[in-house]
Design a protein around this ligand. Structure first.
Ligand code: CO
Length: 431
């Protein structure tokens, strides 16, 4: 199966961060990786691969080198996407229509969520004999829709529309008069539980559209950031072993600032790295030496120059889909890239035969931030912010370059097998 077909499959099985982590864990298990629990003592074997999850929505995987190792060669991507979270008391009935009460998760382009079949997925907490059990559910088919107001009733609809999330964005899920299972009964059936045993839920709307490849482009929901999550996972699994420990990170909550117990601003990465060092008999000092000989590639998609609005791109830093890996720069360090980290990563891409493009925002447009600078507040190390160029970021259906998934896989496969050597002061070498 070709790479983008596999990517579409990964996106389809990852409607929420919980599903992305469960699916990634299953793929790692097939590859022989063993799951570790955060609440149990770790016993690691050299030459083996492991992964650990937090909250069921972030995951870190690593391979223990056979011999002593220099540092950590790491990637980070995020598995959450802008969406609408279904509120606790969800069902709104007015005698005619049944709608769901929702609130925004992250900053989506609201208009793209209108007039398209939507589905619902997430996790539910079920009361069982053994205690509170987490179960993932996915309606897996269209079951909601947010209708536009007809142009006849809103003649200004094409002149810039303000969307009020509490009014305009409530999804319709059915007719009030219709007999049948209630919303919570449907949720319970999917969770294989009785409605009265559903204690609480974390459910989200999602776009169930399948990905399509067309004229050199790919279009699908959640390309930001599942394209990078998928490419870095494939590279991690396929890569050879070098003198360092390869580490793959998948973080939840990037779209809401990462400041959660499982986000990039949490202690999750620090905890995992520190525990690998101590489980292998290393000290605090060993941990610090290793981190100083490590490198992080923060992978999150960037903005391709827009065909109808090239003026939003910086003149010398407009990047194109299918133009290769994008290195992102920002003077205020919203992107962590600096001359050193960029130089290191450029040489990786050069060796891998992967083209590189440079991105910076127009100096009068603030742009976004991503994982790198946030992860550095907990584990501080040389980091480069990169991504793949895409259009319509935070749309319910995004577009990217068909060749770029493979570009990133190639660059990162080489990267994971490398080590950062700094034995001569001030001179950095990848070996
Ligand atoms: Co992103």
């Amino acid at each position: 199966m070709d790479t983008n077909k596999r990517l579409f499959e990964y996106i389809a099985t990852s409607p929420t961060a919980y599903h992305a982590v469960a699916h990634t864990a299953a793929l790692l298990e097939v590859e022989g990786y063993t799951e570790l629990e955060e609440n149990k003592k770790w016993e690691l074997q050299r030459g083996k691969g492991y992964f650990v999850t937090r909250n069921g929505s972030s995951l870190i995987a690593f391979r223990v080198p056979r011999d002593d190792y220099r540092g950590f060669m790491m990637t980070a991507a995020h598995c959450d996407s802008p969406s609408f979270k279904i509120k606790e008391n969800a069902v709104l009935s007015d005698g005619k229509y049944t709608r769901l009460s929702v609130e925004k998760y992250g900053g989506m382009l609201c208009s793209t969520w209108l007039d398209r079949p939507l589905s619902i997925a997430g996790r539910v907490m079920v009361r069982t004999q053994g205690g509170i059990e987490t179960r993932l559910i996915d309606f897996g088919e269209p079951c909601a829709l947010i209708p536009n107001v007809a142009i006849h009733m809103n003649r200004n609809a094409n002149d810039g529309m303000a969307y009020n999330a509490a009014v305009d964005m409530l999804p319709l899920i059915g007719e009030d008069k219709k007999e049948g299972a209630s919303f919570i009964e449907r949720v319970a059936a999917l969770a294989d539980a009785k409605a009265e045993d559903i204690i609480t839920t974390d459910l989200f709307l999602y776009a169930p559209d399948e990905g399509v490849e067309w004229n050199g482009f790919i279009s699908a929901p959640r390309i930001d950031d599942l394209q990078c999550a998928f490419a870095s996972l494939k590279a991690f699994v396929d890569s050879g072993n070098g003198d360092s420990m390869p580490v793959y990170c998948l973080f939840d909550n990037e779209e809401v600032g990462s400041r959660t117990k499982q986000g990039a601003a949490s202690t999750f990465l620090f905890d995992v790295l520190m525990r690998t060092v101590s489980a292998l008999g290393g000290s605090d000092e060993d941990y610090r030496c290793k981190v100083a000989s490590s490198f992080l590639v923060s992978c999150d998609n960037g903005h391709a120059v827009h065909p109808n609005h090239p003026e939003y791109a910086d003149k010398n830093h407009s990047v194109l889909m299918n133009g290769g890996v994008v290195i992102k720069y920002n003077a205020n360090q919203q992107y962590t890239t600096d001359a050193l980290s960029s130089a290191v990563f450029r040489l990786v891409c050069e060796e891998a035969g992967v083209p590189v493009q440079s991105y910076a925002n127009r100096a009068d447009m603030p742009g976004g931030s991503t994982l790198g600078n946030i992860a550095n507040t907990q584990v501080s190390l040389n980091t480069v912010d990169i991504g793949l160029a895409q259009l319509a970021m935070h749309s319910a259906f995004e577009t990217a370059g068909a060749d770029d998934t493979e570009h990133l896989i190639k660059a990162l496969t080489l990267f994971f097998g490398k080590s950062l050597c700094t034995e001569q002061s001030g001179v950095y070498k990848l070996i």
